[in-house]
Every structure is written in structure tokens, then in C-alpha cells.
Design a protein around this ligand. Structure first.
Ligand SMILES: Cc1ncc(COP(=O)(O)O)c(C=O)c1O
Length: 409
């Protein structure tokens, strides 16, 4: 069943912050790519944990046992979200960046000087910094180029990957341009080279169903705060792989996967929220299993978001002086649209839109590299609007009017 405008209106009632107004005007939350709003079910799950069960793990009394059970259920729920058959593949951390650093130290222990890591020009800094850090150990980081439309140059990706490549760390969807890249190609090329594949699915996971089994990836990372949950990072590792690595860890912690890379105490209350966020998404789907409901919901919401994103992309470009960047909406694309307005710096555009109670981001949002590659940083970056399940056509029309007004100045 399609996710319709009426469903969107219905879902908005689940998100208390969407009721906020400023001087009588509803706040338009078009800042989803930097983190979405959260529904009541997530807020209640977090508060409920603090109300009843706040404890540490692996003890011998009721609240610690409840916490163990909660973490286990959250892993199973996250595994369903990822398409992972085994909950032991799912590790949690503070955010994607922190987990990627931890993983990079572990992977570096198996690499030697001259080994190569291939990334792309679409990477968020979180999928660059941890790998570039390893250059001080003699590891070479290569970068596949993008074209002027913000699409990855597949030929260049193939050229960068060689027998020296040990890891391909690959962005599935760009948080600054909305580009969706071909993870199957990255898998094919990395496999041919005998290299591991790590997928940055932080932006992708907010808009498309994930299927780690079909992607056949070694690692995948995403962050629950991009899909209606709290600030928790999620790492998928291929079954059996984490045990072969030596992540930094304490001798007192669980040594097996998925705990092996989880240092210190996790944010248990937030993990209650992660479970609730995935269940919330699933509540919009159909099917007999949680996985089926997640996938069907994500597919339908994705179509809704794509249509609205496409409507904005097409119309904003017809405003004189406005350019929209990144690929068009003829194929798979995240509903995240970045624009520039001739003669008006992005921060000024965002401030003017904020005066109209339209919340959008300006600058580079750590998705700096693609904007550098397209020469957009020389003008201060871009103005980014992101569509998620609770955004309406009315909000996008307000945004178009706001942008037109700024462009007329
Ligand atoms: C594509 C992409 N990768 C990585 C990250 C970093 O995620 P986190 O904030 O969980 O470290 C972000 C955050 O915006 C992102 O959009």
C-alpha cells in the first residue's frame, strides 16, 4: 500500500516536535539529513527505560536482567533493519564516526606499509578521516572521482582498485548531493581485488531498505538518529569477521562479537529508542515478519520522499539565479537537495529561510569532499533541504516561495 499524503499527515501526529510554531507559523523541519525528529514511541521507550530499569548489564537482579534482554532485543531488531540473519553481526557505539575510527585501528593492525584503501569523492568526512589517519603508517588512500553531476565515475573507481587494495570504504548515498552510488559494483571490484568492503549507509539508511545479505558487504555502518531514533551508531560486521580483528578493548569486556568492539557502557536508554524507531518504521509496513514490514514501509516511504524531492528539485531550478546540484531524479537518488543562489552566500540564504520558519542547513555538513570536488566550497558551500516521511508538499511549496524571495533580492 503506497504511503500517501494522508499517511504523512497521520504520521505527523506521532512526532510531538512537529506541532511547534513560531509566531503562529509551523516550524518546517527540512533538516532531516542532519538528524530527524523522533516519534512519541521512541520518546516513551527512552523515558520508560529510565523510569523502570536503569541498570548496567550482566548482573543477577531484575533491572540488570531486563537491560540484558533489552539490548538483545535491540540487536535482533537492528538485525532485521539491516537484513542480517544473525544478531551477532550488530555492534553499537556512540555514532558512526566513533565506530569507524575504532574499526580503522583494528583493520590497520592487519595492514602493512604500501597497502591501499580506496574511498570516493562522495565521502562524508567520517569515512575519510579514519582512513587518511592511517597514512602515517604508510597506508595509501586513493580516491575515485565524481563527474560534474555528482555521480561517481565508475571507470575511475575501477582504476583506483588494484591488487594492493585491502579495503574499499564506500559511500552509499551522499548527505550533500543526494547521489546514490552502486554498492554492487563496489562489491564486485573489491572482491576481484581480494579487498574488504565497508559501506557508509548513514544517509542511505534513512531513505532505502538495507539488505546486508544482498550487498554481501563485510562492514556497514549507519546511525539511528537519521531514521527517527536517538544518537546511536550501528555497525554490521560479516559473521565471524570481527573475531578475527584486534579492536582496542579491555580484558574485562566480552571478547566475542558483537561486543568485541563495544568499549565502555552503551547508552542503554538510547538503545531502547533504537528498537522503538525501527518498530515505528515497521508499523507503516505490511507483512508477517518484522523484516517484511520494515522493507515494505521503507519502500513506500521512499517513493513518497522521492516524489516530493523531485518536485522540489525541478521547481527550485526554475527560479532565476538558483542552481540545484547533484544528480537528477530520473534514477535512485536520496531526496536531499542542495542549491546555490547567485550572489547570496549559503549561510545568508539559510538565515533568510529561518526568518520564514523554514529550517535548512547551509555550508558543507561534513560532506565537504563532494562540494570541494564540484568547486562549490569557493562560494561557501550549499543550502540543503532534506525530505523525510513527515515532510509535506505544503512545506516544500513554502520553501520554494522562500527561496524565490531570497533569489529576487
Ligand atoms: C553519509 C554520512 N556518513 C557519516 C556520517 C557520520 O555519522 P555520525 O554522526 O553517526 O558519526 C554522516 C552524518 O551526517 C553522514 O551523513
Amino acid at each position: 500500500m503506497p504511503f500517501t499524503a494522508a499517511d504523512c499527515e497521520r504520521c505527523r501526529r506521532d512526532f510531538p516536535s512537529l506541532a511547534r510554531t513560531l509566531d503562529g507559523v509551523p516550524l518546517a523541519f527540512l533538516d532531516g539529513p542532519a538528524g530527524t525528529q523522533v516519534p512519541n514511541a521512541v520518546i516513551e521507550a527512552i523515558a520508560g527505560y529510565y523510569r523502570t530499569s536503569n541498570a548496567n548489564t550482566h548482573g543477577h537482579f531484575p533491572t540488570t536482567r531486563e537491560t540484558d534482554r533489552l539490548l538483545q532485543e535491540t540487536r535482533e531488531t537492528a538485525a532485521a533493519f539491516l537484513g542480517a540473519a544473525d544478531w551477532r553481526s550488530v555492534s553499537f557505539g556512540q555514532n558512526m564516526t566513533t565506530l569507524t575510527y575504532a574499526l580503522s585501528y583494528a583493520l590497520a593492525r592487519e595492514m602493512k606499509s604500501g597497502d591501499e584503501i580506496v574511498i570516493t569523492q562522495l565521502e562524508h568526512e567520517a569515512n575519510r578521516g579514519p582512513w587518511l589517519n592511517l597514512e602515517e603508517r604508510g597506508i595509501v588512500v586513493r580516491e575515485a572521482a565524481i563527474g560534474p553531476d555528482g555521480r561517481l565515475d565508475a571507470g575511475d573507481l575501477a582504476r583506483q582498485i588494484s591488487g594492493r587494495t585491502r579495503l574499499v570504504a564506500f559511500n552509499m548515498a551522499s548527505n550533500s548531493l543526494g547521489t546514490v552510488s552502486d554498492a554492487a559494483l563496489a562489491r564486485l571490484l573489491s572482491r576481484e581485488a581480494g579487498a574488504r568492503l565497508l559501506l557508509d549507509a548513514v544517509h542511505y539508511a534513512a531513505h532505502f531498505p538495507l539488505d546486508v545479505a544482498a550487498l554481501d558487504t563485510d562492514f556497514l555502518l549507519c546511525s539511528a538518529y537519521k531514521f527517527y531514533g536517538p544518537h546511536v551508531g550501528i555497525l554490521y560486521s560479516r559473521p565471524g569477521l570481527l573475531e578475527t580483528l584486534q579492536p582496542d578493548r579491555l580484558r574485562t569486556q566480552d571478547q566475542e562479537a558483537p561486543y568485541r568492539i563495544e568499549t565502555g557502557t552503551l547508552n542503554h536508554a538510547a538503545l531502547a529508542g533504537v528498537k522503538a524507531a525501527v518498530e515505528y518504521i515497521a508499523s507503516w509496513g505490511t507483512g508477517s515478519s518484522l523484516r517484511e514490514r520494515i522493507v515494505s514501509a521503507m519502500r513506500e516511504i521512499s517513493t513518497y520522499e522521492h516524489d516530493l524531492g523531485s518536485f522540489y528539485f525541478e521547481n527550485v531550478q526554475s527560479i532565476p539565479g538558483v542552481a540545484a546540484h547533484g544528480p537528477d531524479f530520473s534514477g535512485p537518488r536520496a531526496p536531499t537537495v542542495s542549491i546555490t543562489v547567485d550572489g547570496v552566500p549559503p549561510d545568508e540564504v539559510a538565515k533568510a529561510l529561518s526568518d520564514k520558519v523554514l529550517q535548512v542547513w547551509s555550508g558543507h555538513f561534513y560532506g565537504l569532499r563532494p562540494l570541494e570536488a564540484l568547486g562549490l566550497m569557493e562560494r561557501g558551500g550549499v543550502v540543503r533541504a532534506g525530505i523525510v516521511m513527515y515532510n509535506t508538499r505544503g512545506e516544500v511549496e513554502r520553501l520554494l516561495e522562500g527561496v524565490a524571495e531570497v533569489a529576487r533580492r
